[in-house]
Ligand binder design. Structure first.
Ligand SMILES: [Fe+2]
Length: 494
């Protein structure tokens, strides 16, 4: 392997596992006889230390006197191969490493307080771009009669009366109620507001009350998309559920047949496969799951998955993030799959880029936000008018609401556990080009203010739970996106 390609491979392998290679360490590895093996050993040693930096001192300690391999002059054949490799590797993938962390918390009151402060600060920062002259809730209560002001608050609770919505809200200065009359509020509808959302409000003082005149979600600014000349395609799938009795291996094989077709102009140009969680069905994920399993051991499920993914052609890189069925901590943000299961997948010789959930990934200049989608369940249950049986009709609106409130899991403390990280990692603090979700097993492709929104469906037939809530899954689905103009095609393999 030529030096540049080797350096790229080293950095990619380390980054995908959450490690950073220093410049000096990279130089040592580039000259070593078995660089990837040494890198593997370095990562193995660092695994329990909590350090993620691979530096010169570690490598010197590890390999002692590193044998320097003389780089022979490249033959014509090697030059040709290298050029071909460059062509294949023309997708540049940069993973945001802050989302590769496995968070450990004590569960103290201070941690929760800091988490909510971060949520408020990050979202109010976004709202301040649209709202001028914001004052605190305490100062708003000191306004003179009929005086108007802008405030930014977190919703604690929402109650409906005949003529108005009563919003119990707070900000760092205190807690109060806002009355939002059903016939007199402009902007975003109070009906769509969910607990723990951070919202802006133009209010007027009336007696002891604050009356809302306008409500504002953080929302997205409309963005114009710059097209590029990139001809590559990216495949997006999720919710394979290998190990489930309901996994449609036959349809997945049809997908594998397609992606291997060199005579298909789209398949031939697929350079990346993104899998947004629930790669296996897992074990003990819900009561009596064993009744719906074909493969009971999670390790065996991964071996089966490894066999399937080994059929993906070498030209296609593979990114894998976890979901709620995968053997990784349940609470968000989830770290990448544990080493034990990565090793099973990598045994076939394939390399993977393992990411957390959510994951922010820059792919040749395009920003992808990959999120399995656990928090969608709570939005579906709490937002009026949505249900699991209406997803085919409403999923686009639900995903737009998530983007508009700029939070992947807006409601805290319902069915989706969230780790109170020092910084709220679930705030959508940048605007992605592509927002890829899974989890609800219903495929969707659309766009909102320039952001491409995708749910990539599933490879699992309807389960007994889904039948009980009337959810009709889109089975055998894949979203294909062109990196050049970000046009999306949903495709079903039957
Ligand atoms: Fe799933």
């Amino acid at each position: 392997m030529r030096r540049e390609a080797l350096a790229r491979k080293i950095v990619e392998k380390a980054t995908s596992r959450g490690y950073t290679v220093t410049k000096g360490a990279l130089e040592i590895l580039e000259q070593a006889e078995a660089p990837l093996e040494i890198l593997e050993e370095a990562m193995r040693r660092l695994e329990k230390s909590g350090t993620t930096i691979i530096d010169e001192s570690l490598l010197v300690e590890l390999v002692g006197d590193v044998k320097v391999a003389e780089e022979p002059p490249a033959t014509a054949e090697e030059v040709e191969m290298e050029e071909a490799e460059e062509e294949h590797e023309d997708i540049v993938i940069e993973v945001d490493e802050r989302f590769l962390v496995e968070w450990r918390i004590q569960g103290t009151f201070e941690e929760f307080q800091r988490y909510f402060s971060s949520r408020y600060e990050k979202l109010s920062g976004l709202l301040r771009e649209r709202l001028r002259g914001v004052i605190s809730l305490r100062d708003a209560m000191r306004l003179r009669e009929s005086q108007e002001a802008n405030i930014i608050v977190m919703l604690i609770e929402k109650k409906e009366s005949e003529k108005a919505w009563i919003l119990r809200v707070d900000d760092p200065s205190g807690e109060h109620r806002i009355i939002a009359p059903k016939d007199g509020v402009s902007g975003d509808s109070p009906e769509q507001l969910l607990p723990d959302m951070v919202i802006g409000a133009r209010v007027v003082k009336s007696g002891e009350a604050l009356i809302a005149r306008e409500l504002i979600l953080p929302d997205l600014a409309a963005e114009r998309l710059e097209k590029t000349a990139h001809e590559a395609f990216i495949c997006m799938i999720s919710d394979i559920h290998v190990g489930s009795k309901h996994f449609r291996e036959d349809l997945f094989e049809n997908f594998l047949d397609w992606i291997n077709r060199e005579d298909d102009p789209e398949a031939r140009n697929v350079k990346l496969l993104i899998i947004a969680g629930d790669v296996v069905d897992g074990a003990g994920v819900y009561p009596n799951q064993h009744k719906e399993l074909e493969i009971f051991s999670v390790e065996e499920q991964f071996k089966k998955l490894a066999g399937l993914l080994s059929e993906i052609p070498e030209r296609v890189k593979i990114i894998i993030g976890p979901g709620n069925h995968d053997p990784v901590q349940r609470a968000l943000p989830q770290p990448p799959l544990p080493e034990k299961y990565r090793a099973i997948l990598e045994k076939s010789g394939r390399s993977f880029i393992f990411v957390g959930n959510p994951a922010w990934i820059r792919i040749s200049g395009r920003i992808f936000l990959i999120y399995h989608g656990q928090g969608l369940d709570d939005v579906i249950q709490q937002a009026p008018g949505f249900s699991h049986s209406s997803l085919e009709r409403d999923l686009g609106e639900i995903l737009k609401l998530v983007l508009r409130c700029r939070h992947l899991c807006p409601i805290y403390g319902e069915t989706t556990p969230i780790i109170p990280t020092p910084e709220d990692m679930l705030v959508i603090d940048r605007i992605p080009h592509v927002f890829h979700t899974g989890h609800v097993h219903v495929a969707y492709a659309g766009s909102y203010r320039g952001v491409r929104i995708i749910n990539s469906g599933t490879w699992q037939e309807q389960t007994s739970y889904q039948r009980s809530v009337g959810l009709e899954p889109t089975v055998g689905a894949m979203a294909l996106i062109s990196l050049g103009d970000l046009s999306i095609k949903l495709r079903k393999f039957v």
